[in-house]
Design a protein around this ligand. Sequence first.
Ligand SMILES: NC(=O)c1ccc[n+]([C@@H]2O[C@H](COP(=O)([O-])OP(=O)(O)OC[C@H]3O[C@@H](n4cnc5c(N)ncnc54)[C@H](OP(=O)(O)O)[C@@H]3O)[C@@H](O)[C@H]2O)c1
Length: 512
Amino acid sequence: MGDSTDPGKGPACGVRPAEIICPPARYPRGVSKAPPPPQLLVIFGASGDLARRKLLPALYNLAHDGLLPTPFAVVGYGRKAWDDANFRIHARRAVEEFSRRRIDEVHWQRFAEGLFYVTGDYNTGVCYETLDRRLGQLESTLHTLGRRLYYCATPSKLFALIVEGIGAQRATGPSRVVLEKPIGHDLASARSLDRAVRRTFSEPQIFRIDHYLGKDTLQNILVFRFANPLIERIWSGEAIEHMQVTVAETLGVEHRGGYYETAGAMRDMVQSHLLQVLAYLTMERPARLGGAPLRDAKAALLDAVRPFDPTDVVRGQYQWGVVEGHEVPGYREEEDVASDSSTETYVAVRAWVDNDRWRGVPFLMRTGKRMAHRVTEVVVELRDPGAGHLFAEAVAGVPCNRIMIQLQPDPGISIAFRVKEPGLGPDMQTVPMRFSYGTAFAVEPPEAYEHLLLDALAGDETLFLREDVVERAWEIVAPAIREPGAIHPYPAGTWGPSAADQLTPPHKWHLR
Ligand SMILES: NC(=O)c1ccc[n+]([C@@H]2O[C@H](COP(=O)([O-])OP(=O)(O)OC[C@H]3O[C@@H](n4cnc5c(N)ncnc54)[C@H](OP(=O)(O)O)[C@@H]3O)[C@@H](O)[C@H]2O)c1
């Protein structure tokens, strides 16, 4: 990863290799939350990819850490004709393959005893009756007091049907529902889904997931901004010239071509993850961290984001290429993808936040599949004071201050600043200070889904999307979806189409 302007790289632009200024430290992992109350977790679509790769491993890790409620049980639901034993075998394989921790037999046995499965489809009332009966039986033996968390982990077109099926059985009482992204396909479908879900659940019972919000590294953006006066005082357009957000994947669409054809990068990534990252980077300081104030601050920020001008958007689609040494097919050759598809696998946007803090500051955001490297990072470029500055001559051509926040794969923050070169002359260089989570903390952070599942079980809605935020995000991307513009091919294994360079002047993409 990286180009010559990366503060962590070589001296091509006057930047020398990094020095770690934060001494390696070992901190115990603290969990300050009260344990969630006893309940049942019902996963619709329990045989699917999300359950296998994320939910079951996250639940196992929470069980391992003693953070799940007691009593507690997980009931998988789906069309697969499984029984409890099949589900437990499936869950074990999922944990073996995807958990951040290896299986510990004692913890596993205790966790597995709380896994159950009910077979049924999504549109037959009698199937929901069967499920409800099974849940009732478990409740009477476990004493979970009718508290249920229903998790919709199916394709989103089924969400309304599932919620209707739940609602047909009984009043939902203290239960809640989790909806995975995407929440709708556009503003109208998001509203229609919301209307359908609210026939059964009220807004405080609805937990809409954008898993980026469960990432430690995203939450650290708020800590970095608001717990450090050094940073908080410079965080505005007065000192900041522009920001870049890059979310680059090396994967293609894998087996999700059918879904991706109906979505594309604008719906799949920008409407959700990138706008959430932008909100964390730019929102005003919330009055409190929890619940409504944080969500209000985010909503207010998104209200100030200008709906995308189609001329500020560049779309791309990957073609055959080489990614990390392997040849990969083009998007149109992928399974379930049309041979003349015009779905974008890459989007670059120049976004604007029309409020006093950020007016006139460009936010260059891009995301793509089959890019050169897997990386999620934010680059914050500070303004150079320019003419009249004490060192105006000496700084010419020496990069100004830059803050890089890397969210993955090597989370950390680096700050580049100018120093005097040793010697008798006035020359200076830009050097980086780098903080690396991996080096500074000898603990592995929890997965985003651990955080989110724990919060949903506890009824803490802070990290979940409120309906107004979902709808505003659809309004922001709507003009670009209505007028999608040309699709620019790019070879897999690159940083996307060169057409995206037209968005950046007078700046350049940091990674290219
Ligand atoms: N996979 C991820 O990494 C990921 C990431 C973020 C968000 N999400 C969201 O999470 C939800 C689940 O994603 P997923 O990748 O797990 O989905 P998936 O594997 O395609 O489907 C999950 C399960 O839903 C059931 N299902 C019912 N009707 C289906 C249909 N028409 N087509 C496919 N499956 C159907 C299937 O179980 P039965 O046949 O047993 O009923 C299937 O195993 C989606 O809303 C997705 O957008 C997924």
